[in-house]
Write a new protein. Structure first.
Length: 328
C-alpha cells in the first residue's frame, strides 16, 4: 500500500520532518523564501496533506487544485488569517495550528522590544559601531524607565496576560482593554480595565496583543497617535496591519510618540525603501518573537503531529475548526 503524499512549504526542525516522512511521501520546499504562487499550486496538486506557513495563501483555489484527497492542512503558527477556514470546513478538512507553545517566548520578546525601544538600545549600539562614542555624557541617549511606569495592554489573551505577569516584576501600573473584561484576573495581577481612549492617554508603554481581523485592521492610526503621550513607546508583536504604517511614521517623525518597537510590519517583509527604516526611534525585528529554540521546536512538533493525525484519520492535537468532526 502506497504512502500518502504531503507537501511541506518550508524547512522546519529535522525531527519534525522525520515524523512526517515515517508515514508519508514528503515533498519539502527547500528555499528560504516562500514558493511562488504557481509553484505552490503545482506542489499541492494531488496531495493528502499540507504543512504550511503564514506566508502561504491557502484559499479555495488551492484546495480545489489539491483535489479530493486533501485530508488535512497543518499550519506552523498561532495565527491562521492566511487560510480560508470556511472553505476548508466546507470540504471537511481540519485545519491545525500551534497555539500556546509560543506564549512565553513572545511575551519575553515583547519586553525585549519595550526595553530596547524605551532605552534607545539599538540607537546607542549603532552610535558605538559607527565610531562616534568619544565620552560619557549625562544627556546622551536618554530614554524612558520601565520601572514604575504605566503599561497599557490592548488585548488580554494568553500573550497579553504573560506580559502583564512580567510587568509586575517592574512594579508597573497595568491597564488593559479587551473586548472581554477579565474580572477574574484583575485582582490577581493588579490589572485595571479601562476604555480605549483612557489606555491611549495614560500609557507610557502601549503593547498590542490582538488578532488581525476587520475590526483590528489599522486599530492604531492618526487619531490614536494624537491621543497618546509624546513620551509613549508603542510595541507590536501581534500582526503588522494592526498599526497604520504611514500614520506611525508621521507620529514618530513629528514627536507625537517617542519610540516604537515592532516585530511585525505591513507589508511583511518590510520594503528596503520604507521610511520607517530611516528612523532611529523605530526598532524593527524580522518577526522573531517566537524564535526561541524551545518554542520553534515545539511548534514544529505540533505541526507535524497535526499533519500525521490528519493523514491517519485521527483528531488533530490543535484544531482551528473542530466542527469538521461533527460532520463525520
Amino acid at each position: 500500500m502506497s504512502k500518502p503524499k504531503v507537501f511541506i512549504s518550508r524547512e522546519i526542525f529535522p525531527e519534525a520532518i522525520e515524523m512526517v516522512r515515517k508515514v508519508a511521501d514528503t515533498d519539502l520546499w527547500p528555499e528560504e523564501t516562500p514558493a511562488p504562487r504557481d509553484v505552490l499550486l503545482s506542489k499541492v496538486s494531488g496531495v493528502d496533506g499540507l504543512l504550511c506557513l503564514l506566508t502561504d495563501k491557502i484559499d479555495s483555489e488551492l484546495m480545489e487544485i489539491a483535489g479530493p484527497r486533501l485530508k488535512v492542512i497543518s499550519q506552523i503558527a498561532v495565527g491562521y488569517e492566511n487560510i480560508d477556514v470556511k472553505a476548508a470546513t466546507k470540504r471537511g478538512i481540519p485545519v491545525g495550528y500551534t497555539p500556546g507553545v509560543l506564549t512565553h517566548a513572545t511575551a519575553d520578546f515583547t519586553f525585549t522590544l519595550m526595553l530596547a525601544a524605551g532605552r534607545r538600545l539599538i540607537d546607542g549600539t549603532n552610535f558605538v559601531k559607527a565610531g562616534k562614542w568619544r565620552t560619557w555624557h549625562p544627556l546622551h541617549f536618554l530614554g524612558k524607565e520601565i520601572y514604575g511606569s504605566t503599561l497599557g495592554l490592548i488585548g488580554l489573551g494568553r500573550i497579553g496576560l504573560e506580559v502583564a505577569k512580567r510587568a509586575t516584576g517592574f512594579q508597573m501600573n497595568i491597564l488593559y482593554h479587551d473586548i472581554v473584561r477579565r474580572r477574574d484576573l484583575e485582582e490577581q495581577y493588579s490589572l485595571t480595565y479601562v476604555d480605549r481612549d483612557t489606555i491611549l492617554k495614560q500609557s507610557d508603554f502601549l503593547s498590542l496583543h490582538v488578532n488581525l481581523n476587520p475590526e483590528t485592521y489599522h486599530l492604531i492610526s492618526e487619531k490614536e497617535f494624537s491621543i497618546m503621550k509624546s513620551t509613549a513607546v508603542l510595541v507590536n508583536a501581534a500582526r503588522g496591519p494592526v498599526i497604520d504604517p504611514n500614520a506611525l511614521y508621521w507620529a514618530l517623525k513629528n514627536g507625537e510618540i517617542a519610540a516604537a518597537g515592532l516585530d511585525v510590519t505591513e507589508p511583511e517583509p518590510i520594503p528596503d525603501d520604507d521610511p520607517l527604516l530611516t528612523l532611529d526611534n523605530c526598532i524593527i525585528a524580522p518577526h522573531i518573537a517566537s524564535a526561541s529554540i524551545e518554542a520553534r521546536q515545539e511548534m514544529s512538533r505540533i505541526a507535524a503531529q497535526n499533519l500525521v493525525n490528519g493523514l491517519q484519520g485521527e483528531k488533530l492535537v490543535e484544531c482551528v475548526n473542530p466542527e469538521v468532526y461533527a460532520k463525520t
